[in-house]
Design a binder for this molecule. Structure first.
Ligand code: NDP
Length: 326
């Protein structure tokens, strides 16, 4: 495994990590999540990603049970949670979601209880909240750091301007600004990582924990001949994700990309993840496997990514046609 410094912090995260969105409690039970987290850990993965909203809190409960049953030293792995959406869905009352001080503090305590942990290594603001002053967010996150309940705070899917505002406020108050961001980044979504955050990487420094490196599995090629019954895009309640992810035009480009994977003697999934971590601004790409075979295949990205030369990148750019202009 390769370990990378998370932006300007001293924390080292494995270049590949493992997350629980959709999968934990919805697609897999305790025994499979135990097996997948064990494979991840034994292969050097040291970061497990979670959030209050995943499966309405059930995902954290499941990860907590698995972690409790292991004899892994707490100092050998890192765990995250995220605050914003709340875990009660439509039942959320006004202060049970968002980024007010009340919800940030309570969400952290509730995540710690569900995960059965004493502290979170990473805590993300899952989305920006336009109804809360930035100073309240920055101060609340710093209070949690001072209380020893979280070690690093960050953002997810914030704009470059919002991240910069958080830094400006933190600097004015002599507090810690966000250390990391969790954006989507894959061969179909490149704008934020390659253009919008460019000056933040260059001038401030920022770690990134990437979500959906396979665009929910689309980039594995599994949808090239339709939607398999046992796949994420066939799940009831996830029609919105299918509509957002699956288009014929994307499938055609992914089919063409297969040639590059074959030339490198690898699979589409491995190639796509390898391409993702070949960006030096990526600290870690979070894998979302539901099966052992998927996780083992995706871990091979570590062997493939040294083969992603500039020439290969150019060929991939020409096929996918998603390279943003600066
Ligand atoms: P991916 O894009 O890697 O998609 C994962 C899904 O793709 C799997 O669940 C599986 O679905 C399928 N898959 C994975 N590997 C293979 C393979 N080798 N062959 C075929 N199919 C494969 O990642 P996620 O979208 O799951 O995101 C990763 C993590 O990022 C999440 O768990 C979560 O922790 C985080 N996240 C954060 C978000 C945020 O807003 N901050 C948003 C979304 C995710 P299946 O078997 O069901 O078809």
């Amino acid at each position: 495994m390769e370990y990378r410094r998370m932006g300007n912090t001293g924390l080292q995260l494995s270049a590949l990590s493992y997350g629980s969105w959709v999968t934990f409690a919805k697609q897999i039970d305790d025994s499979i999540s135990d097996r997948l987290m064990s494979i991840a850990y034994e292969n050097g993965i040291n970061f497990f990603d979670n959030a209050e909203v995943y499966s309405s809190g059930q995902s954290e409960l499941m990860m907590g049970r698995v972690l409790k049953s292991k004899n892994w030293e707490r100092s050998s792995y890192t765990v995250s949670s995220k605050v914003f959406f709340g875990w009660r869905g439509k039942e959320n009352k006004p202060n049970q979601h968002g980024l007010s001080r009340k919800h940030i503090m309570e969400a952290c305590d509730e995540a710690l209880q569900r995960l059965q942990l004493e502290y979170l290594d990473l805590f993300f603001c899952h989305r920006p909240d336009k109804n809360v002053p930035m100073e309240e967010v920055v101060r609340s996150m710093n209070t949690l750091i001072q209380q020893g309940k979280i070690f690093y705070w960050g953002t997810s899917e914030w704009s470059g301007a919002e991240i910069m505002e958080a830094h400006a406020v933190a600097q004015r108050l002599g507090l810690e600004g966000p250390a990391m961001e969790q954006p989507q980044y894959n061969l179909l979504e490149r704008q934020k990582m390659e253009v919008e955050y460019y000056t933040i990487f260059k001038n401030i420094g920022m770690g990134t924990t990437i979500w959906s490196p396979l665009a929910s599995g689309l980039l594995s090629g599994k949808y090239n001949n339709g939607i398999p019954d046992d796949s994420r895009l066939a799940l009831e309640g996830f029609e919105w994700l299918k509509d957002r992810t699956f288009t014929e035009d994307r499938i055609e480009r992914i089919k063409t990309l297969q040639q590059v994977a074959e030339e490198l003697d690898t699979t589409l999934a491995t190639l796509s993840i390898a391409w993702c971590i070949s960006n030096p601004n990526v600290t870690t790409a979070i894998l979302g496997a539901t099966k052992e075979a998927q996780l083992l295949e995706n871990l091979k990205a570590l062997d493939v990514y040294p083969k992603i030369t500039n020439e290969i990148k150019e060929r991939i750019d020409n096929i996918m046609n998603t390279k943003p202009t600066m």
